[in-house]
Design a protein around this ligand. Structure first.
Ligand SMILES: C[S@@+](CC[C@H](N)C(=O)[O-])C[C@H]1O[C@@H](n2cnc3c(N)ncnc32)[C@H](O)[C@@H]1O
Length: 282
């Protein structure tokens, strides 16, 4: 196992939401003729260890190694997924995933040591009519490109849990000036275009830093950034779960917002009902 210590109480919460969804979703589709695929695009290594300083207050068993998303998906029993696609850029984590694979010899598992965006686009190209996928996008920061999300939506066969990196995005959107070019390019990649984040800025009554032109301001908190991303999701997916789940750090600052979006016109109502119920109650 590599040093996969990250997150805190919200990591546990995020993974519980995923587990409950995978369990309920596979059961709901039990008698349907679909071939079900679970895609973990930031698969990690199968387990994790809480590491935030305040986590010990919340976890009696602080040092306990916990199941990560890939292992959680493999353990779904009632109606297991027919195929698992684990994408992980880090080679040593892929080695841990191969050990995990040995523990589940009867599951059909692919491990791709690749960049998630590239692997997801290839995956979308191969999805067949009788297949349905649940895709978990669980990055550390701003790795998920809009192109990948839009391609997944375009398959009309994939439903996605998307962990949107609120604090990492907010850091790249200064309050009183335009982001530098590199950050702007990154925001373009995440939102799929400049107007989708740039409209959060407006001219300010204050003059710019140089005093020769109107200044800029980005009013409101990171909730407005998430609202814009939600609108983007609604443009490409059939439905987006209405309930918000924001994960905060120990200082109560928003870190991530978890979205669920469904792409299949016939399947979306049931998928959204399940996901929204879980988002509301857990
Ligand atoms: C938050 S962790 C995932 C945790 C995992 N879902 C779990 O529950 O155990 C993010 C993972 O994404 C991997 N990663 C980072 N950038 C990536 C990329 N561009 N493509 C694929 N994997 C990437 C990291 O190595 C790390 O293992």
């Amino acid at each position: 196992m590599t040093d996969m210590s990250f997150g805190g109480p919200w990591t546990k919460e995020k993974l519980e939401i995923l587990e409950r969804y995978l369990d309920a979703y596979t059961t709901a589709l039990k008698n349907q003729p679909f071939h079900l695929i679970y895609v973990d695009a930031f698969a990690g290594e199968g387990s994790w260890r809480p590491n935030t300083p305040y986590a010990s207050e919340d976890y009696g068993d602080f040092e306990e190694i916990r199941d990560g998303s890939s292992r959680i998906a493999l353990k779904i029993e009632d109606k297991p997924f027919d195929r698992f696609v684990f994408i992980e850029k880090d080679l040593s984590r892929c080695e841990s995933l191969r050990e995990l694979q040995q523990e589940f010899p009867h599951r059909s598992i692919e491990i791709n040591n690749e960049d998630a965006n590239e692997a997801l686009i290839s995956f979308c190209d191969t999805l067949e009519n009788h297949e349905r996928a649940v895709v978990f996008l669980d990055p550390f920061a701003t790795q998920v490109s809009w192109e990948s999300v839009a391609r997944l939506a375009g398959t009309k066969k994939a439903d996605c849990w998307i962990l949107f990196p609120l604090s990492a995005i907010a850091r790249q959107m200064p309050r009183n000036q335009d982001p530098p070019d590199a950050w702007a390019a990154n925001l373009d990649r995440v939102f799929g275009g400049r107007n989708y984040w740039r409209d959060l800025y407006r001219t300010s009554p204050q003059l710019s830093m140089f005093g020769d032109e109107p200044g800029l301001e980005r009013p409101g908190g990171s909730g407005r950034i998430a609202d814009n991303y939600r609108v983007r999701l609604e443009e490409v997916f059939e439905q987006v779960a209405p309930t918000r789940r924001i994960f905060r750090n120990s200082r109560n600052s928003p870190m991530f917002e978890l979205f669920f979006a469904a792409s299949n016109p016939r399947g979306a109502p049931i998928a959204i009902t399940i996901a929204d119920h879980i988002l509301k109650h857990w």
